[in-house]
Design a protein around this ligand. Sequence first.
Ligand SMILES: [Zn+2]
Length: 84
Amino acid sequence: MPSSCEETRELLSDYVEGELEERPRRRVAPHLRMCRRCRTVWHALIATINGLGALAAPEASLQPAFADSVVARIRAEAGDRSPP
Ligand SMILES: [Zn+2]
């Protein structure tokens, strides 16, 4: 066992945020591979951080591009339906 559950969970939030140094990261990763309970905590942290990240990073949103494609499709359909 390269590290204990206690140690792993202390490092886990930094690990998920990618703020962990290489050395402690190498202790966390193999522990997660073999410890189901820490892996569950890890997945919960990832879900939490992804949820917060989606709210905190509007530049990552695809909505403007999506809106443009919808407008383009509506215009194309309107053009098809308009009389010659
Ligand atoms: Zn563990």
